[in-house]
Structures are given as C-alpha cells and as structure tokens.
Write a new protein. Sequence first.
Lengths: 1080, 528
Amino acid sequence: MKANDCRFMKTALGFSISTKIKGLGLGFALMLCIGAAAQDRLVQGKVTSAEDNSPIPGVNILSMGKAVGTVSDVDGIYSLQVPTSTSSLVFSFIGFKTIEVELGERSILDVSLEVDITQLSEVVVTGTGVPTEKRKLAFAVESVTTDKLPIVPTASIDQALVGRIPGAQISSISGTPGSEMSIVLRGINTINSGTMPMILVDGVQMGATLLSSIDPNSIEKVEVIQGAAAATIYGAQGANGVLQIFTKKGKSGQIKIDFSMGFANNKMLNVGGVRKAQLHGFTTNYKNEVTVAGDTSTLLMLDPATLLYNSNIGYDPLNPSVKFDKPYDQNLQYFDHFKTFFVPANTYNTSIAVSGGSDKTDFNVSLSKTRQESTFNGSGYNDRTNLSLNLGIELARSLHLRTITRLINNKNTINVEEKQDFGTGIIFGSILYARPFADYNRKDMEGNYGADYGEASSLLQFNPNYQWQYSSTLDNKIDILQSFNLTYSFPKYLDLDLLYGINYQDRNLRHEVQNQSLNQNSVNAFTWSYWNNDVDNTGEITTNYNNQTFQNLKTTAFLRFDFEKDFNLKIPIKATTQLSYDYRSDASKKYENYALGMPVAPPLTSIQGTTFGVYQDYKERFVTFGYLINQRFEYGDLAGVSGGFRSDYSSAFGKGSKPFTFPRADGFFRLSGLDFWNNSGISNAILEWKVRAAYGEAGIQPRPFDRYVTLGSRALGATNALYIPADQSNANLNVEVSKEFEVGTDIMFEGLKGDWLRNFQTSISYWTRTTENAIFRVDAAPSTGVGTLLDNAISLESKGLQVSLNASMFKGSKVTWNLTTNYSQQNSIISKVKGDEIIVGNRILKAGEPVGQLYGWLMLNSVDQKNPNGEPFIDPSQQSNFTVASNGWVVNKSSKQPYITPDRYGLGNPNPDFMMTFINDISYRNFLTFSFQVDWLQGNHLMNYTKQWMYRDGVHSDYEKPITINGETGAWSAFYRGVYNNTYWDKNYFVEDASFVRLRNVSIGLDFAKLFTIQKINRLQLVLSGRNLWTITKYTGMDPEISSYGANTNYSSRNSLFRGIDNGTMPNFRTYQFTFFISL
Amino acid sequence: MKNITRISLIFMFVITSGCQDQLDITNPNQPTPESVRNEQGIISLAQGALYLNGFQGTKFGSYFFAIIVNYHERMGDIVGSPFVPVELYSPDRIILDNGSTSESINAQGQKNYLRSINIPSSQNNPLAYEWTFMYSLIGAMNSVLANVDEISMSIGKKNTIKAWAYFWKGFAYSRIGSMYYAGIINDEFNTRNNVYVSKSEIIIEAENNFSDAETLLVSLSGNADYQNVIDALIPSICKEGKGDSPTIAEWIRNINTMRARNILVNTPAAEMTIEQWNKILTLTKNGIEMTDNTFTIRTDDQGNLLPTNAYTAAQAVGPASSGGGGNKVSERLIQDFMPGDKRFANNFTQIPVWVAPGDRGVSINTRYLLVNKGKGVPEVIIMVNRDIGAHELYIAGSYEENVLMQAEANIYKGNIDAGLALIDELRNYQGAGLATTTGTGLTVVQAKEELRSERRVALAFRGFSFYDARRWGILKNGRTGCVVVESNGAINTNATIRYGYMEYWDVPIAESFYNPPSPDSAPIVNPD
C-alpha cells in the first residue's frame, strides 16, 4: 500500500491529504500524478454530502483500475475522461466513506457521500505539526467536532467538553456565572503552574483569554493532546498538554446562514438535600418562646430600628442534655434561606453565522450573544458577545493567507465577593452558616437591610441583601484574538508556514460601595460592606484595570521527501523534517485605585472621595522562544518513526542564560498493514490494528518573577517603608522537568452482520510520567526571618490508562444508534520531597502519598479500635467511658461527644479511581435525534467543610437526627457539636465519598425542515435539552463535583494541590433548555 | 535543497540571537535588595523592619496588636472572646458560688490543648504567632545591620540606625524570652541556627542588644545626625502624643523600663529577691517619665500600620445588644476597679446580662461594654477611640508601666507610702478621681491589692495581664472571689477560676520541624 502524495489536493488550509482506499492495492494518487492513459468518454457529475446535500469540493475521483482521476471543484462538480473499459468510479474524501459506484452506460454520475464515523480516517494536526491521519499517529490525539457536543447553558466550550475527551478531567468547580473550569489532562505535573493545558486557537497560543469566553458556535472542532510526549513540540508550556480549537471556515458554494436561539432555566443543585435544621435546642420558656441567654423572662426580639437582636440566644450545644427537638413556632420563625437566595435563573443564547466562499476565498462570520443570570439571588449576571471572522484567501498559486479575528465583549455584574478570581464566596458562605430564624428579607424602619443581626443569629454573617443594596460591581472585559497564517508550498520538497497571533485582553472592574453611615444596623453592629475600606462605613469606589497582551509567532518549514518519487528508490519511505521557531511574549499590567469616603447621596464618582490611594500597580512580562527540529520517517502505510528536540530560552532566567533542551520520539506500526494480515482471515474480523509509542520531555519554567528577589514597600504616613516579604522568591530556582512515555493501540473490529453491532473501534493508551524539581512554596523556619521560600522541592509521578470505545450499536433503515464509552484512570503521587515531608496548611506532602491526599483526625467506629501500630486508640482502662452510638461512632458516655484521635492520618484521595462517560446518539430517520451522556466518577473524596461549618454553628439538619447513646435516644447536640471540634479540624467524619453518576446531558431534537422536507431550509430544528438532571451519589453536600479553594492558595481552578474541598462554593446547576436552529 | 536548509538555519540563528535581549526582564514592581544600599533605602528598611515585618504581617496572619495582644489579654482575663481559638483562653475549671463546677470546653485543659495543636501546619496554631512576628522583626533588623556598614553615610547616622536595630532586637528577644520556654539567638537573616537556648538566655540576649543600643546612643549624644535619622525612622502619623521622636535621654529611659519589665514579668512575684526589686527600682527611677516620648503606633486610613479595628480595645467595643465585638469585657476586669473610679464611669457601660453560647465557655459572659471615645467625663482618660489615628498604642514601655513597676518595687520592699504615692500619681494622671491612698495606713497586703488593681486597670488592653497572672501565680493557683455570670444569668461573686494555662509556651513546632534542635540545645518543651 502506498501513500498518496498529491500536492494539488491541498486545501486552503494547507492540509495535505492522504487517504487509503480499503481493498485496493495501489496508490491512486501516484497514478494521478503520472497522468492519464487513453480517454474514451466523458463522465460528469456532482458530489454532495449525504448529510446536508452540500457540495463537497476536493473529492478524489478515480476510475476503477486507477488509470485516470480528478478532483471535484468548489461546487462539487467534476468531469473525467475515462477509458471505455471503465466499469466503475471510486470517490474518496477525507471524513467520508469511500465508495465505488458502477458506471454502466451513464455519463452523468451524481454521488452522495456518507460521513465516515470511523475515527481512524480522521485527520488531526495537533501534536504532529503536519496534518496526519489518525491511523498514522504514534500517540493519542482526541478530537471532537462541535456538532457532536451538547448544548450547554453557559455557551462555553469547556463546559461542553466535560466527559468528551477520554482521559481528561474537565470539571466545573463553581456555579458562579463566568467561572472557569478545572482541566487536568494527564495527572498533576506541576504545582507552581497549575494544571491548565496550553490553549491553541488555530495554531496560535491563546494566552490572555479564558477558554470559557470562546463562543462554541464559531468552533469547528477541538483537538486535545494530553502530555509531554506529544506536546513537547509546543515548548515548555505544553507540558500539561494542549487543547487546540479550530475556527469554523466557510465552504465554497452558496452562502449559508445559521441561526440559533436558546433559552435555559437553571437551578442550583442540591443533590445531598442540604438544609438547615427545622428544630432547635435554644432556651425557651414554658410557651416554647425563645428567650435571651441568661434571662428566661426576656424574649429574644429583633430591634426593628437596628435589626439587631436584643441579646444572645440561650444555646448550650455541648451540654449533654440539650436536644434539637423544639419547633420554630413562637417568637422565632423558620426562614428557608436556601429558598430565599438560591433561585432559578435564566440563560439566553443567540447566535448567527454566515459563511460561504469561492474557489479562491472563503469566509465565515458569526455573532453570538449569551447572558447568564446567577442562581444566587441578586448577585448579578454575565453577559457575553462574540464576533468572529474567519477569512481565507489564495493570494497566489500555492500562497494562502488566513486571517481569523475574534472580538469578545464581556460584561459581568456578579458582585466582587462572589467572583471566582476576586472574592472568596463570603456572601454565599454567610447564608450557609446563618441560623434559620434570621429574616434577611426584613428591612428596618427606614427601608434598609441590615448586614449583621448580632451573634444571636450567627457568629459570622453578612446578609446578601445588604451587600446588594449597598454595593455593586461592573466588570467589563474586552478580548481580541487575531491571527494570521501565511502558507506557501513550493512545487517540491518545501512548505513554509508563518503564523502570528495576538491576544489582547482589557479588563476594567469597578466596585462601588455606598456610604452606609445612615444605616442603623451598620452603625450599631459596627459592620459594613467594603472591599478596600475596612476602616469605616463611608463607602468606596475601587477600580481595577488589567490588561494583557500575549503574542505568539511561529515559523515552520516542512521539508518532505518521497524516496520513491523524488529519488527513484524502490523503498516506500517518506521523510518529513519540521524546523520551527517560535516566540511568545506575555505582558500584563494590573492597576487598582480606590477612593474612600463617599457622600451619602448617589450617584457616586471616585472624585467625591475623601481619601484616595493606589492599591496595586503591577507589571509583568515574560518572553520565551525556542526552536524545534523534528524528523519523521514513514514506511508506506505500515510504520513510522519520528524524533527530535525542542530548545527553549526563557526570560525567567534572564539574559545570557542557556536554553533548556528536551528530546522527543515516537513510532507506530500497523499490524493490519502487513501482507500476511490482509491475506489471512484476521482482516475480516480486525480491520485495523496499530500499536504506537511516544516519549517526550518538557521543561516547565518558573513563573516570570519567581527567580527575582525583591523587597516589599508600603506607605506609612508620609513616607514609604521597605520590608522583607514573608514569601520569598529564589534566585536558584531551576526548571521543572516533566517526562512522559505513552504506549497505545488503536483497533477497529468488524461487528455482526445484521443491523446490530456492525462495528467497533477502540483506542487504548497507557502513560507514565514524572516531574522532577517541581517548584513549591515551602515553609522556612520562622527564626530565619523568612516565611516561605520557593524551591524545587518535590518530584511527582503519574500514570494512567485511557480507553475509548465507539460502537455502532444499531443501524437500521430508520434508526441508528451510536455509543461512545470513554474510560480513564490516573493517579499522581509524590515520589520525593526535600526533607522528610512538607507541611502545607492541613496537608502533609510525603513520598509515596497521592497528590492532594486529605489528612486529618479520626473518629472511631469501635471502642477498642487500634491504631496503625496495633495499639488501641483508647487506653483499655478508659474504654468503659466510651460506647458506640447508634450512628456508628464512638462517643463518650457522659459528654456524648465523639472520641477524636490525637494524631492525624491520611483520610482519602480527592482524585477519582476512574472516570467513565457513556454517550449515546440515536436518530430516527433524519429528523429526530435523541442523545444522552452519563458521567461516572468513582472513588474521589471531598472534605465537606461546608457541613463542618454548619455543624459549628448548629444549623445543619443533621442536628435533628435522633441517635441513641448508652440507651438514651434524642437529637443530642453534644454529639454533632462535638464532631466539629475546633481543636482538631479535618476529620474523617467530614471526608466523604464523592463518587457520582450524573446524567450530564440529555437532548431531543426535531428537525421540521427534514420532517416536512421544506425547500431551501436545511435545518429547522427544535432541541430540548437538560443538563445535570439526575445524580446518584452518596455525597451529602450540594454537589459532589464542586471543589473549592484550599488554604494558602490563590486561585482554585488553577491549583493542583488543594483539590477535594467543598467549602461554601456555589454548586453547579440543573438546566432545562430550549434551542431553536435555522439553517438556510 | 542544501541552500534551503542553510537559509532556514541561518534565519533561525538570527532570530534566536536577536531575541536574547528580550530575555533581560527584571521585576519592575518592587524594590530589589539593591534598593537598601543607600541612606534613604536603609532608613526605609529599618522603618519597615519594625512597623511592617514586626507588627503588620507574617505568613501566619496580620497585625500583631490584634493577634498577639489579644491572646495576652484574653488569657489574662481582661477580655474574653467567642472566636477561635476559644480553647486558648478558656479556663480549665470554674467553681461557682454554690461549689458546683462549671464544665470547661477544654476537657483536657489548656496545656493539653496547646500541645495538641502544636503541629507544623500553620493553621490554627496560636503558639506560632508571637514567635513568627518577633523573629520576622529580628530577621529584618539583622538585614538592616548587615547592610548599614556597606553604605557611605555619616557615622552618626549609621549609629542611630544601629541603635534602632539593636533596641528592637532587644525588644523582640524580650518578648520571645517572656513567652517561650526556649528561643534561638540569630544574628543573620535567612540563616538557620539550630542551637536553642533557654528563656533566661534569651532575656540575656535582649539585655545585650539593649546595652549595645545604649552604648551607641550615649556615643550619639550631641550629634545632629541623630535627630534627622530618628525623625525619619518614626512614621509621620505616629508623631502625635507620646509618639514623637524621643531624645537620646528619653530613649535610654525607654530601655531602662524594658529592662525592668524583663525582670518583673519573668520572675514570680513571690520569688522576687530584694536585689531584683532594687534593680527594678534603679531602672524605673531612670525609666520613662511622665512627659517622655516613647514608641507608639496608630491606626491609619489605609490600614498599612494598623486598621481601626485591629487592636484589643477596639474589639471590645460593640453592639450594645450583643455584648461587644470580638472581645467581651471580662467581669474580672470590672471587679478590679475600685469603687468610684471615674475611669470605669467614663469608659464602661452596663448592659443586661450577655451570655455566650455554651460551647464558647461561661467565662466570657458579661454585663459590660467598653464605650468608644468614653462617655465624656471630663479629665478622665478614654480607653478606646476608634477614629482613624486617634488611639495611641504603646509598642514598648510607657510611663504608666514604669511608674507601676516602681510602685511595686517600693511596696514589696516595704516602702508602702512611697509605693502608694506613685499609684496616686498615676491615678491622678489618668483622672481616676480616687481618694489618695498615701498616708492612709494601708497594710502591705492592702497596698499590694491597690497595686494589683491598678495594674489591671491602668494597663488594661495593653498586653500585660498574662504576664501578671503568671507572676502572681494566678495561672497556676487560680483566682478566688471572682465575679462570674452563669449561662442562666445568675451572678456569682465568689467563684474560683482555675485557669491552668501554660505559663511559658513550648517552642512552636512550626519552628522546630523546620529547624530541629541541635543536641546541645536547651529543652524546647516546658516540662510543666
């Protein structure tokens, strides 16, 4: 089998296309290149897609016998002189099934091609540099076209990709509109730089814009390579893998218009049924009226003028006789804070795209708007407008220019306290922990809300209504992505590719806090809303300006030789040399100023302040550049190897520094390409079988200023003082080295003969990787005067398996059913730490432990339970003081409080044992589609801090649950309050199995255009879909999928160490959505 | 073909070499260590070493005056608090008037609590805070001392800066030695010393630094550079009230007060020798005088020095309905006021019984609130003013402290009237409006009670109560005759509180984990 090498078949993108036509023994293209033989009659026709009847340009048409051939034009039209003897024509095009059509006596032959669902014929470019068929890949590349992705209410590509990429852990960690997702590809390879992969858009790195800002309507497809073995060619930043987005291009032919409109209703998930106790254990008088602490003759009352309770509440939760058994039916009423503040909210999406093209140009322009309201009542909305233009021009023969422009305007009014990258969810948390008798909808006599009702209702509270009344945030963001791609192909040997992209983001956030000095609650409770002004309640305006410019320039030369053609050698070897140079520059600025002391009457401007200041004035620049040399050899379709190295310079190491150079290599072998295979019976059962392996190293550089030692500076009155920052950088930091090895196989089986199970394909990859010298901020001994120091302190090891299985479950005349199953497992452990162990917050990092291992103290399940040394936790002489309560925990008989071990132990791994996704696509004829996706995460654990704090404050509904201790039954608060024991945080009691099975997505679509065969309308489809409709989990919190910030960390989604914490973060939501599509 | 390869390689080489300049990126946002190698830079660092490294923030948290002084005053029972770590300031046992025992939330006692949370992690380990603040101060001053001789500036300026560095190192070692069972003497920034020495050796090191400072100050006498530098070292906003730049003589008197404190707070009152009292007498006679400037810190509108709510007294002010802010005024402070003390009348207000939830302990229940800016009683001190910059907090010694140490030395030496005269002087100074005690024929016991009560009242919220409770044996033996409000609102007037608190803290494991003691180190765990 010989490969094709038809340069005239280049598409506008510069792809060289090579296909294999099953069952035929020779390379047609070669014959084509040589030329045609006798020409006896003319055959003409049009090639269209069976899917939407659109013309397909570039289809390879050959006469049977391979004597002559041609290619369809932009309108799908072809004409071919064929010898009289020609009995049939073969039509082939990438992504479509190759067919052979009997010619008979016909001279007009119109053909409709069906999409080839077999993935091995797909062409990918990510990780390979040159477009390569999947069957010739030596590593795993996942690709998914957006038409296969579910419609998500956030209209963001990251949400849509959840579960779709085998091996990738893409999870939504916060339901706050505008939040980023967490993406972990192969394991945790760096702690300093987070887990986020490199994002490429049409070949250029997007370094400023968030992935979640990109409009999925403008995306054609997404490709993902997951580790260093493939991603090294993109430089050091590729160590976490690469996710590449391809923008939709116009097709030649008629102008196409696509319009869609969607409406979704979202409601915060609460799968664990979290709520506050409806019974209480407060001190009451004989009428069950709640009295103030220490005085049973005075009722607890809210002062209507100040919205403060008259005193504290009589509450003695550790008292072993106190039970939660009294209803809120007298002077205190039960208010369901969750119902008040967690409300359904809507999302609106509209999108229009116009595309078309001629033989020299193509264009696709799309405009979309999406608006997502927060499910946290009153906290704001996120509004996004995307405009994108993709324009391709053939400037001259073989010289193509493509320019892709994206403009994104984002307006976000989510209150700063709730923002993922600024706030910490304080306001959301304050609602979780407030006692349920506080009526936060109440206004004082002047019509104002109160922030803090006094300790009676909560030790830590802040009424969201107060926050919304006195403060507002406006966060405007403009993103520009522009890329130019110029390609030139010499007639032989050499292709040149020049790519330049600029990604600019301008963000302007203004947070306005009104003067609250007339609010009686603020005055009397000494509390107020603020961001920077923690000094008094006179308000402030804080403005935060950020901008970032990211540039990426790539030049690549591909040298190609075909030993057979170019050198007339009888060996089917092709060689491709890739020489690339790329340059990246990232420059950002942050500036924040504030004006404190606002007048009482709005409107407010900063100039009205009485105190002004600059909170932040920060610039950062990072430059890295390097070159890649990669050599690839292919032996026909049978095997291929490649190898090369990548060398990078980085400004983190300064001028004159040496580059870091890392090697890579890969190879594949197609067993099914061997003659014996094709000649034997195996080929009837196993159509395709390839084995592959790849190795690569990448150097993860320190962050821009990690190696620059600086001092701090702050104004003290009229002058500035210098100080030594507690967190020190380290001039001796080295690059982190990540090494990956992967092996895999891709197999295609022939299935049953009937309608059921006609074929299967599977892809299996196993990978291992290590990171040495991972940078971590470690504690120093305080007596040195240093707080923490960045150091190359840790080594990490990860390994994993990813499997995808695609099956045609059923294909009848009317119904088709395809099933995709993705499975992956991975684990990352710490292989080495400097010193014996590193303590960070409540975590202990030591060799052999999983990354992110949860640590804490144990509650016991039997009185004589033994510690790892085989000794009983409780001294046998004391054991008679303890008993096992009816809920299974060991408690002290007299105090009713649980026993807690004095030492800490590993409590659970936040990372799942495995993840599985099942995607079913079913269609009835061509107008009715039904699909659903089920995600299954098994074995991940969450530390339920949300519950812990609700235990602390005695508000969790568990307090109502009666338990029996030593023969006495009651809802004993001493047990529950004893579980939250301030001395020992992080207990096994709060570590929960957060495995879940979730109906991620279900949708049903009806295409009226096809149902009624409406002329001139390609699509008139209504899709009803639901997301996160149903979850099975043992987890008792609101959502097993959320993961909050850890202590000592800055930004959750990028943090790789502090996973597995549920700490008052807004959960994901359940969505019902209608979307309407029209395509002309 | 060869040409193409050659051209490509040359092209790459040109680009690569041309880009080398672009790698030359330094951090433009912050000053570098180079910035301190000039006169202005070293003065700025000497200033920041105290106010920012010492009192503003460390990796474990911000504001010495909020965290550390709060711990002292909560353990010293000037205030109570329902906030974490409650166990730190919850007495082991309270025996009520009727003889019944109020269960403590510290089932195992405070000592065991402190040991159970003494783990390397930074979170929730109160032992780590004062240690870290003070070594942060010492480390930064070490950096000042390491740089100052490298700079070309006058010897007078250098010596003023050095005197500042030694004085504050002396201050920091004083605090370490007065709180921890052992410490580390470290003269080099960012360098580990694993030889731990006993607390008394740390106090000696404090004295060594004080005497270095004094020697330098004496040498600076009459030097015009002194005034320029000390003016630059003290932030403008602190130069109010007693906070203006001290003269050389005033500074030396400040040193003497600190020296007297180190003797007083680190020796149980019952074990004080006559030599020690004589020493204190000599030192306090040469200590801070009524009109002397001392070292103070004030709140500022940006919270760079101190936010308006980040000190003990500010947190004892609070909503009338809920017993105060983060700090609740202790009933044991109120009962220490002599009847008719105008300082009480001006600064406190009585409220209906305020009772904390039972899981926070009964000791914080109270009937009193501290009043912001006082009630306007003329000529009487106000104990808290939350307006920006209005409240003066003493960092090191004060006249009040000095005069009370002198009074105590006199009384313990048997010079009762001499001691009482000083108490009367202080009461007049603060506008207490109490009858003169001098010449009323008080017994030694009565005089000591006047002294005890006056120290509680006059130095309230300033961070002396823990030291006093320790040296008076109250931590160990408890206090009798206490006013305690029970959870049911009942007022006990003769309760006994068994505090049982650890007297000198173990070295935090946040230190010893990262800096294991050498074999010849002193014990780092209090055997008590």
